[in-house]
Design a protein around this ligand. Structure first.
Ligand SMILES: NC(=O)c1ccc[n+]([C@@H]2O[C@H](COP(=O)([O-])OP(=O)(O)OC[C@H]3O[C@@H](n4cnc5c(N)ncnc54)[C@H](OP(=O)(O)O)[C@@H]3O)[C@@H](O)[C@H]2O)c1
Length: 316
């Protein structure tokens, strides 16, 4: 497999100041890449064509890694389906098109597991992406991102753009978003358990009935997968990034309660949505095409995340 040497490349990482982005920047620096730029929304709103153009003209990247997105858990997706659809679609479409006009040699776009059909045979194989409609609450977000896969493939076909597309599973780790209005399930559960432990409450409410399963990838592992693909992968087929291991939300909540030292009741609220029934990815393509394998065991990554969060709270 031929490998792109990133050390002498100008790499632009949109969303590089975000959660996943912070790990991607770290991985690039570890590779010896010194010319990394991170456009911020306050300087360049990537929904705006002129600002995208101005940003790319200023940076002139050899590699564009597009991570910028509006993201959130089930609640945020349910409350903002319109803006999640529009912002994610338009940001990606403007960036990829301007990257074409400015002849950016390599474009890496990050999709999401939310693009998969609601009822996908487990493990989710990349070839099943188009076999049905996604779970309703995250369909606008998932479909907007999936459209960027079509765009990447179409631009490769018509313009010869080296555009690749990766689909990370649910991410977690230190520096995750703990804001209850938009957080994903792991930070939401960690915060609830620690709040309840500190306040001496004897129960916490947990959304849904606990039956769905999820797969979780440490953001550091996801970042390594993204950088490996940037170095080694040049084909049009989408590639999953995950661990290939699933856990039910009930087992996850029990594990987080144990690791945070919360010993009260987990009170399930079936009136709140469960989201997709099951999630587990097939991870063979990433291993086969660019040698990616996740390294962090879930319990270890959760402990690391809890320690980080407790430090943050203490600092605050
Ligand atoms: N978190 C997950 O579980 C997960 C799972 C699968 C895939 N992904 C994908 O991974 C990527 C990163 O997610 P994340 O969790 O790291 O998100 P995040 O922490 O919210 O970071 C998103 C970044 O996008 C930038 N952004 C948003 N709107 C923008 C705009 N209009 N113009 C310019 N920049 C804008 C923000 O930049 P500023 O900081 O400058 O405001 C922010 O840093 C996304 O593409 C997401 O779909 C995430």
């Amino acid at each position: 497999m031929s490998e792109l040497d990133l050390r002498d490349k100008r790499v632009c990482v949109t969303g590089g100041a975000g959660f996943l982005g912070s790990y991607v920047i770290d991985r690039l620096h570890r590779r010896g890449c010194t010319q990394v730029s991170v456009p911020r929304k306050k300087d360049f709103d990537l929904r705006d064509r002129a600002q995208v153009r101005r940003m790319l003209e200023a940076v002139r990247p050899d590699v564009l890694i597009h991570l910028a997105a509006v993201v959130g858990g089930i609640g945020a997706n349910r409350d903002n389906p319109g803006s999640f659809f529009f912002d994610n679609l338009v940001m990606g479409a403007e960036l990829i098109d301007q990257a074409r006009l400015l002849k950016v040699p390599k474009v890496v776009t990050i999709g999401t597991i939310c693009a998969y059909p609601k009822h996908t045979p487990v493990p989710f194989h990349e070839d099943a992406l188009w076999d049905g409609y996604p779970e309703e609450t995250n369909a606008p977000y998932g479909i907007a991102k999936k459209a960027l896969l079509v765009m990447s493939q179409a631009y490769r076909q018509q313009y010869g753009m080296n555009a690749i597309y990766l689909l990370p599973v649910n991410l977690y780790g230190p520096r995750d978003n703990f804001d209850p209005a938009s957080s994903h399930v792991i930070p939401a559960l960690i915060k609830k358990c620690i709040d309840a432990r500190e306040a001496g409450h004897d129960f916490i409410e947990v959304w849904g009935d606990g039956s769905p399963s999820r797969e979780f990838l440490h953001a550091r592992d996801a970042a390594e997968g993204i950088v490996l693909a940037t170095e080694r992968y040049d084909d049009p087929e989408p590639v999953n990034l995950g661990t290939g291991e699933e856990i039910t939300i009930k087992a996850l909540a029990e594990l987080i309660a144990e690791l945070t030292g919360y010993d009260g009741e987990l009170r399930w609220n079936p009136a709140q949505p469960n989201g997709q029934p099951r999630r587990r990815l097939s991870t063979e393509r990433a291993l086969d095409r660019f040698g990616f394998r996740a390294r962090t065991a879930l319990a270890d990554g959760l402990k690391e995340t809890i320690v980080w969060y407790e430090h943050q709270r203490a600092g605050a």
